[in-house]
Design a protein around this ligand. Structure first.
Ligand code: NDP
Length: 291
């Protein structure tokens, strides 16, 4: 590696700040925000994610309830549960853990969640609000990226942002958030020609692809801020599996700042879920109290 090493934009301190702010706001509410997580089936990654989210909710002064439904749950039963959670004034945030088993179509389930309780920000109404420049409940990973940039004082307005990846969960909503924050945004994807020429334009480069070390030093403009959303399981020289990002480690010699993997964007995603739940609870409780 050559040159100066980039500043490490560590996720945990930024996530702690987001959670502390959410906890302070939660403490001012009449009733603690209540997050309900629905999991269908026993996919090991989903089980672990849901456990982590519920644990973090408890640490943040939130109530949480997990509904673990069997893999064979019919769509109609899941939709009925969502309807009952929508109608329950004691529930402020609803998260249906994805992916759902193959026999359940995700879209109708996400669209059935009350948009005001949609703490994952995936309801079409919330996607529309985001793209109209008035984000309310935004998806947690992209909102977490924005919170990370803010925490570390990275200016966004007027800068060129390039996002590699256009998924519904990360790339697209992040483009909407960066646009709402006055960046000039380009979204690249698997059909983009000469990806390096596009990424070299970026003052802020975000990799959200799922390909280990796709972004190499020659693809990065000197002094760019690089955000690595990717999580890839690879086998190292030691023969052991470990996690790595979409950004090659040598990019640290070119970038001015870089998020590590693990320990970068990952902790921000869970923190943002807490912030979204508190935000949803505040809106609902102020509506019912007529404030
Ligand atoms: P998806 O697989 O849904 O999307 C990947 C995107 O990358 C697609 O838009 C695809 O293009 C694009 N792509 C694939 N190959 C290339 C390539 N060679 N060059 C340019 N673009 C390419 O993934 P997600 O958005 O869900 O996740 C992306 C990564 O982020 C994964 O590693 C995932 O594990 C991680 N992740 C991390 C989170 C965190 O909390 N840190 C949360 C969520 C995800 P096309 O649309 O043309 O197919």
């Amino acid at each position: 590696m050559t040159g100066n090493a980039a500043t490490v934009l560590a996720g945990p301190p930024a996530a702690t700040a987001v959670i502390a702010a959410a906890a302070r706001q939660a403490a001012t509410l009449e009733r603690p925000p209540h997050l309900v997580i629905v999991r269908v089936g026993d996919d090991p990654a989903s089980v672990s994610y849901v456990r982590g989210k519920a644990k973090k909710a408890g640490e943040s002064g939130l109530r949480s309830t997990v509904h673990a439904l069997p893999e064979t749950t019919p769509s109609a039963d899941l939709l009925a549960l969502v309807a009952s959670l929508n109608a329950d004034p004691d529930v402020h945030g609803i998260l249906v853990q994805l992916p759902l088993p193959p026999h359940i179509a995700e879209e109708p389930v996400l669209a059935a969640i009350d948009p005001d309780k949609d703490v994952d920000g995936l309801h079409p109404m919330n996607i529309g609000r985001l793209w109209s420049g008035r984000p309310t409940l935004a998806p947690c990973t992209p909102a977490g990226v924005m919170a990370l940039l803010e925490h570390y004082g990275v200016p966004v307005a007027g800068r060129r942002a390039v996002i590699v990846g256009r998924s519904q969960l990360v790339g697209r909503p992040l483009a909407g958030l960066l646009l709402a924050a006055d960046a000039t945004v380009t979204v690249a994807h698997s059909r983009t020609r000469d990806l390096g020429a596009v990424t070299r334009e970026a003052d802020i480069l975000v990799a959200a692809v799922g390909r280990a070390h796709l972004i190499t030093p020659d693809m990065v403009k000197p002094a760019a801020v690089v955000i690595d959303v990717g999580i890839n399981r690879v086998v190292g020289d030691d023969g052991k599996a470990h996690l790595t990002g979409d950004v090659h480690p040598d990019v640290a010699a070119v970038a001015s700042a870089l998020t590590p993997v693990p320990g970068g964007v990952g902790p921000m995603t869970v923190a943002q879920l807490m912030a979204n739940t508190v935000q949803a609870a505040r809106r609902q409780q102020s509506q019912t109290s007529g404030v």
